[in-house]
Design a protein around this ligand. Structure first.
Ligand SMILES: O=C(O)CCC(=O)C(=O)O
Ligand SMILES: [Fe+2]
Length: 218
């Protein structure tokens, strides 16, 4: 494994995790950039719910720092391959159980990174269906939390991206795909540069890009 991937390379490591928001954070927030000011629940279709601005600014800071610490440690961020051997254009780590994109299997350990091959520039429309039949049949939700730069998220009934609905996932948004939307086709078309909240970058030194935390029941 090469150099660990540091999410916040130009920022000193916090000596101790803060549990309360620094006053500076609250002052720095602007209307429209704030998570808490714009929090809303959007029912996009049965089982597909978008909680806009759900994660509070201080929690976003805490999550970035935790991800950073875990990501530079053993089992931290790495660049996985697709099934065809192409390298994904993202850094990933799994917690709890490893999901191997090259086989679709869950397991206790992860394979080493393969050879360098041309990158595929987007997370194409796909269904999350490598979990257990029990989890999928019950419609237990996939929960996606976005931090940092905004991503354009596509969803629809087929793999056809021209027919997909497009929404923005901004820092602090939580998207839930459950019930009848559990097997929805979905993907990320692109991440919009320079769209992360200024206060999050200032507070953590987060590098450009997007962090996605996805939770699912195996
Ligand atoms: O980045 C996202 O919000 C979605 C991620 C996703 O679809 C996946 O991990 O399967
Ligand atoms: Fe997915």
């Amino acid at each position: 494994m090469s150099q660990p991937f540091d999410l916040c390379p130009d920022h000193p490591e916090p000596t101790k995790a803060k549990t309360t928001a620094p006053a500076s954070l609250k002052k720095k927030r602007k209307v429209g950039e704030s998570s808490t000011n714009t929090a809303s629940v959007q029912h996009l279709r049965p089982g597909l719910v978008l909680l806009k601005g759900f994660v509070k600014p201080e929690d976003q800071v805490e999550i970035v720092r935790t991800c950073r610490q875990l990501g530079i440690g053993p089992g931290g961020f790495y660049r996985p391959n697709f099934k065809n051997g192409a390298k994904m254009k993202l850094w990933m780590m799994c917690l709890g159980k490893n999901w191997d994109p090259t086989t679709g299997f869950y397991g206790p350990t992860r394979p080493c990174d393969g050879a360098q091959v041309p990158a595929i520039p987007e997370l194409g429309l796909h269904q999350d269906k490598d979990e257990s039949g029990r989890s999928i049949n019950q419609g237990l939700p996939i929960i996606s939390i976005s931090l940092g730069d905004t991503a354009e998220f596509l969803f629809g009934d087929t793999r056809d991206k021209d027919r997909a609905t497009k929404i923005n996932l901004e820092s602090g948004d939580v998207l839930i795909l459950g019930g009848r939307s559990r097997l929805l086709f979905h993907g990320i078309s692109h991440v919009k540069p320079n769209t992360a909240p200024t206060w999050l970058k200032e507070e953590t030194g987060l590098r450009p890009g997007r962090i996605n935390l996805t939770f699912r029941q195996y």
